[in-house]
Design a protein around this ligand. Structure first.
Ligand SMILES: C[S@@+](CC[C@H](N)C(=O)[O-])C[C@H]1O[C@@H](n2cnc3c(N)ncnc32)[C@H](O)[C@@H]1O
Length: 225
């Protein structure tokens, strides 16, 4: 796939557009708002409220702009909880492209240095970005690899099921299920019936919950204890 281009929504918020798939990286209602609702509030906060862990291991499918990773880092800092974050990505983006999306408006200049470090650090090597946030960016397709570690939480942030159906398959969800600890959570922005059924078919308990701005619902799936 080629590098994406930058587009703006009617409110002037920017996102990336992948022409080959005719698909944006985030909701046109706002990347930050979507990421905060789907992955942070419905995933990370929910997990923390229920499990009260000292340390959380997270797997992300699709590092993309690094927004989910950065918002997780900020949460780790605010709540003084450790996060070990692994993220798969087939098309790494440059920091200069991501910088043009103006996410700096959501954090301080000092935090922007952490965001830069996230983008510029080596792939396929675990790197300490801050005292309590360790990042491993994996430059591989999730289709050819089963994750080697175990996780408390999965941010499933692939392109939409009608654009990249192969990523929403029973095989991939089986591998997600196997890589979660019992009680582990997977969150994703879609509430499509087919995705819900596939998640259930591999063993997840699935809830349809309120979605981010512009979307009625999203899914949260749990691996039974
Ligand atoms: C919806 S975007 C993710 C946005 C990202 N989480 C963020 O915060 O910016 C989907 C991402 O999945 C990546 N991707 C596509 N196919 C993949 C694959 N087979 N394995 C891993 N990542 C893939 C894309 O390159 C893209 O960055």
């Amino acid at each position: 796939m080629n590098n994406p281009s930058i587009i703006s929504n009617p409110a002037g918020l920017k996102t990336l557009f992948q022409e080959e798939l005719n698909e944006t990286y985030h909701s046109i209602y706002g990347a930050y708002q979507e990421s905060k609702h789907v992955f942070i509030a419905s995933g990370l906060h929910y997990f923390w409220e229920h499990e009260k862990p000292i340390s959380t291991s997270i797997l992300e499918i699709g590092f993309g702009t690094g927004l989910n990773a950065m918002l997780s880092l900020l949460e780790a800092r605010e709540h003084k909880l450790a996060i070990n974050y692994h993220s798969y990505e087939t098309l790494p983006l440059s920091y200069s492209l991501v910088q043009a999306l103006e996410y700096q408006q959501y954090w301080s200049e000092q935090n922007e240095q952490d965001f830069k470090k996230m983008h510029e650090c080596e792939w396929d090597k675990s790197v300490k970005i801050t005292n309590n946030f360790e990042l491993l960016k994996i430059n591989k397709s999730i289709l050819n690899t089963a994750p080697e570690s175990h996780y408390h939480l999965i941010y499933f942030d692939a392109f939409a099921p009608n654009k990249q159906a192969e990523l929403w398959s029973e095989e991939v969800f089986k591998s997600m299920f196997n890589s979660l600890y019992p009680g582990g959570i997977l969150v994703t922005y879609t509430a499509k019936g087919e995705v819900r059924r596939t998640l259930k078919s591999v063993g997840f308990e699935v809830e349809r919950i309120d979605g981010p701005p512009g979307k009625r619902h999203m899914l949260r799936a749990r691996k039974p204890q």
